[in-house]
Structures are given as structure tokens and as C-alpha cells.
Ligand binder design. Structure first.
Ligand SMILES: [Zn+2]
Length: 282
């Protein structure tokens, strides 16, 4: 082999290695995920969730197991950053946020997009915060409501710790900032957020759009006519907010949703692979 042939051979080997990199990265990531998923869940974390998250104790054992696995993967993959004067991210903060975000994943079949692929950082503020420029989110402005957060397709979710705690301790009010913002992340994974997440089968997407579209209009009508709406009024802002608000009610008030909007409940149950009306009542 002369020098030019050797050079060509080396170039071919290097090219092959570069082409293989994404495959190797994927294999390595899936292997790491599996390890974290299967790792025993620390007993003190289990106790902490039982104390701080009302819903956790009601989950069926299989689902709780899957949720624990997804929680550990999220804790491994996502960065948590204290903001707005919050001195540090505590174990309680990381756990309470990751475990609630994991509930949206725990019943869904294994898929590449499962672990909020666009999400890099979760920014945690103590309470109210200013977003990038214009609006100020303040607990006082929202008078009783406690959904203070943002989700960005560029890779971050912003949460008020005060709201995270309120949502987790729960009072069946249908408000949960973690469910809300992570539903937006799922929506954003499919492109511009429009209330229609990614579906493998286009027929499922069509049915979803039809059912949610109808309830979105009904919510707007209820508000206009002064009737007490089934879902939080914020869901009438646009279809993306409707999906996020429906997700909150699906987990926080499943019996109300199943009774008053069975078709909407059925869409949510099929999408999340979960049936919260069968969970133990608290
Ligand atoms: Zn929203």
C-alpha cells in the first residue's frame, strides 16, 4: 500500500467513525437511562414525596415504580438552577419538580422523545419573577391562583418554587404549575406549540384536535355567557394553554373531568397512558 492509498484508508476510517458518532451517542444515552431508571429509589426520597406531594401516595404500585425510574432519569439529565435570590436548589426542590414532571411520562410507551428532549435547564425562582423583558409574574397579581411558570422551546422551564409547593400539596383546584409547564414542553417537542402534541398515528392527532378543539370553544362560550367553566379560564387563551390546563385538571380533578367531559378525559387518558379516576381517593 503506498502513501496515497494509506491516506485514503485513514480518511475512510475517520469518516466511518464520525458517521457512527450519533449512533454511539444514542446507544450510550439509552444505556445510561436504563441504569438510572432501574436504580433503587432512595427510601428517604420516597418518604419525602409521600409527605410533600398529595397525589404520590395514591398512585398504583406499578405506576409509582415507573415514575420513580423516570424521575431518576430526569434528575440525571436536566440541570436545575437557582434564580432570583434563591440560595440553592435543595433535594426537595429537585425531587418535587422532577417527580411531578415524570408523571406525564410514566404511563407513556418508551419512545425516543420521552424525556423532554429539548429541555436542558429548569430555573427555579423563590416566588414571583420577571420574564425576559416584559411581564412580571407576581403572586399578588394572580390573586389566589398559583400557576407561575414558563416553558421555552429553546430549552428551559421556569418555575416559582412557591407555586410548585402549592401545586403539589394540592387542594383539587386544578392548578399545578409543573404539570402545566411540562405539558407545554411536550407540545413544543412537536414544533410550534398549538395544543397538538406528536402522535404516531395521524388519525389519533385528528381525533385529538377535534375533541380538544370542541372543548376549547365550549370553554370560551362558557366564559362569554357567564357560566361556571369546567376548566380554568386561562385555558381559553389559546389551544396550547387549553392542552396545558386540561392536563392539570386530568391529574388534579380526574373525576370531575371524566364526569363532565368524558371524551376529553378519554383523549388525555389515551395520550398519557394513565387512568387517574381508578387511583385511590385521598
Ligand atoms: Zn401556559
Amino acid at each position: 500500500m503506498d502513501r496515497s492509498e494509506l491516506a485514503l484508508l485513514l480518511i475512510a476510517i475517520a469518516g466511518g467513525a464520525i458517521a457512527l458518532l450519533p449512533v454511539l451517542r444514542h446507544v450510550w444515552r439509552e444505556r445510561r437511562r436504563k441504569q438510572w431508571f432501574l436504580r433503587p429509589f432512595p427510601a428517604e426520597w420516597h418518604d419525602l414525596l409521600r409527605t410533600k406531594w398529595r397525589l404520590y401516595d395514591r398512585l398504583p404500585p406499578d405506576l409509582r415504580h415507573s415514575l420513580q425510574g423516570c424521575t431518576q432519569v430526569l434528575l440525571d439529565e436536566k440541570r436545575f438552577e437557582p434564580c432570583g435570590g434563591l440560595p440553592a436548589i435543595t433535594t426537595e426542590m429537585r425531587l418535587l419538580i422532577a417527580a411531578q414532571a415524570a408523571l406525564l411520562l410514566a404511563g407513556r410507551p418508551t419512545a425516543h422523545h420521552r424525556f423532554y428532549p429539548a429541555l436542558v435547564s429548569i430555573l427555579v425562582y423563590p416566588g414571583s419573577f420577571k420574564d425576559r423583558g416584559r411581564r412580571t409574574f407576581s403572586l399578588h397579581e394572580e390573586a389566589g391562583a398559583t400557576r407561575l411558570g414558563e416553558s421555552w422551546a429553546s430549552g428551559s422551564v421556569i418555575l416559582s418554587w412557591h407555586s410548585v409547593k402549592r401545586g403539589a400539596s394540592g387542594d383539587h383546584d386544578g392548578l399545578n404549575v409543573v404539570f402545566h409547564e411540562f405539558a407545554h414542553q411536550i407540545d413544543q417537542t412537536a414544533g410550534d406549540p398549538n395544543g397538538v402534541p406528536a402522535f404516531a398515528d395521524p388519525k389519533d392527532a385528528d381525533r385529538w384536535s377535534e375533541v380538544l378543539g370542541q372543548h376549547f370553544e365550549d370553554l370560551q362560550d362558557d366564559i362569554e355567557q357567564g357560566r361556571a367553566p369546567l376548566l380554568d379560564e386561562y385555558g381559553a387563551s389559546d389551544p396550547a394553554e387549553f392542552f396545558a390546563v386540561s392536563t392539570e385538571s386530568f391529574f388534579e380533578r380526574p373525576r370531575d373531568l371524566a364526569r363532565d367531559a368524558p371524551d376529553l378525559y378519554a383523549e388525555m387518558a389515551a395520550f398519557y397512558g394513565l387512568d387517574p379516576v381508578t387511583w385511590r381517593k385521598c
